[in-house]
Design a binder for this molecule. Structure first.
Ligand SMILES: Cc1cc2nc3c(=O)[nH]c(=O)nc-3n(C[C@H](O)[C@H](O)[C@H](O)COP(=O)(O)OP(=O)(O)OC[C@H]3O[C@@H](n4cnc5c(N)ncnc54)[C@H](O)[C@@H]3O)c2cc1C
Length: 302
């Protein structure tokens, strides 16, 4: 590895969280490499909402502006590709890419996001992020007053229905198996006229991702304008795990209030370490991480 391949900080993941961290560090004249494989979780969604100044823009438009602004900082470098390995070295860390390139840094930031473990229902992936919604704050307003389904069960379904109930009074929960609610939850759902259907879904019929009909395994057809889904997820990158980072019971990278993971010198920001999933939160936590990493580097050097 040459001196040119040595950085103060490597940021793995160059979407909203990673670029935001890069901006703080670029403005602090830190030598930074951002490695990004270009697969943000929201890439299929036609319009991104609830991020001040960019409401209703496409996800690509937002990241294009972000990249243009971040690229103006001279000490930042960008590498398009997948980081596949990370290891601790005497002076910090080494990251290897899928092409075998090696880069070193004193500090590592993971801004790698998560991958939704969506069900294998015919038509599901084509609608994901369009009329199949993960979050009421991001896309619920656009479907206010509409006929709405929720594909989820138990606590997740109860939580989403309580939020969406404020946006529409035509709500059905599709549990795809025996409904798993407490008696108190059943009562609340009944009180708000929220239907529960336990039958498995065989197919989602749609026009260009816009849901029209759900076909159930008993042949029944149900029309919806929008359907929410709440699913488990996995980390987009397994490098934090291989470096020894600990995870929460829900699968997020464990961090403290300064974005430190449980491995000294390794930080995380954005969706990979936080349940509040939004562009605004990714930008905020990235911004905070950049400042915290700069502070740690400053304290070590000054
Ligand atoms: C369908 C959908 C719609 C959404 N709509 C909205 C919305 O309208 N408004 C809103 O505020 N939020 C929305 N969100 C949430 C928002 O998109 C996320 O909170 C945000 O993208 C998180 O940013 P991030 O930088 O943490 O992760 P991501 O944006 O997911 O980016 C992670 C980046 O890391 C890269 N990466 C991962 N592993 C590696 C590796 N090993 N090497 C190199 N690169 C790697 C990926 O390729 C990707 O570019 C939506 C989410 C989904 C799933």
């Amino acid at each position: 590895m040459t001196k040119q391949d040595q950085f103060d900080v490597i940021i793995v993941g160059g979407s909203y969280a990673g670029l935001s961290a890069a901006m703080s560090l670029g403005r602090s004249l830190r030598k930074v490499l951002v490695i990004d494989s270009g697969k943000p979780c929201n890439e299929q969604t036609p319009y991104s909402h609830n991020f001040l100044t960019q409401d209703g823009k496409t996800p690509k438009e937002i990241s294009k502006i972000a990249k243009e602004q971040v690229r103006d900082y001279d000490t930042l470098q960008f590498h398009d590709g997948l980081a596949t390995e990370g290891k601790k070295t005497e002076n910090g860390f080494e990251i290897t890419t899928e092409k075998g390139e090696k880069f070193g840094a004193k500090k590592l930031i993971f801004a790698t996001g998560i991958i939704d473990d969506v069900p294998k229902i015919k038509g599901f992936s084509e609608c994901w992020g369009i009329s199949l919604i993960h979050c009421p704050y991001c896309h619920g307003y656009e479907y206010k007053g509409k006929k709405t389904g929720i594909i989820a069960n138990g606590e997740r379904a109860f939580h989403i229905s309580s939020l969406v109930n404020n946006l529409t009074d035509d709500l059905t929960i599709l549990t795809r198996g025996k409904a798993d609610f407490t008696e108190e939850q059943f009562q609340k759902l009944r009180q708000h006229n929220i239907d529960i259907i336990e039958t498995e879904i065989d197919e989602i019929q749609h026009q260009n991702g816009n849901i029209e009909t759900l076909i159930l395994s008993d042949g029944k057809k149900l029309n919806f304008d929008a359907v929410y889904g709440a699913f488990l997820f996995k980390q987009h990158s397994d490098i934090p795990d291989s470096l020894g980072c600990e995870f929460t019971e829900h699968g997020h990278i464990k961090i403290d209030n300064k974005q430190n993971t449980t491995v000294p010198g390794v930080y995380a920001c954005g969706d990979n370490s936080c349940a509040m999933r939004s562009v605004a939160n990714a930008v905020y936590t990235g911004n905070l991480t950049g400042a915290m990493v700069n502070m740690d580097l400053t304290n070590e050097d000054f």
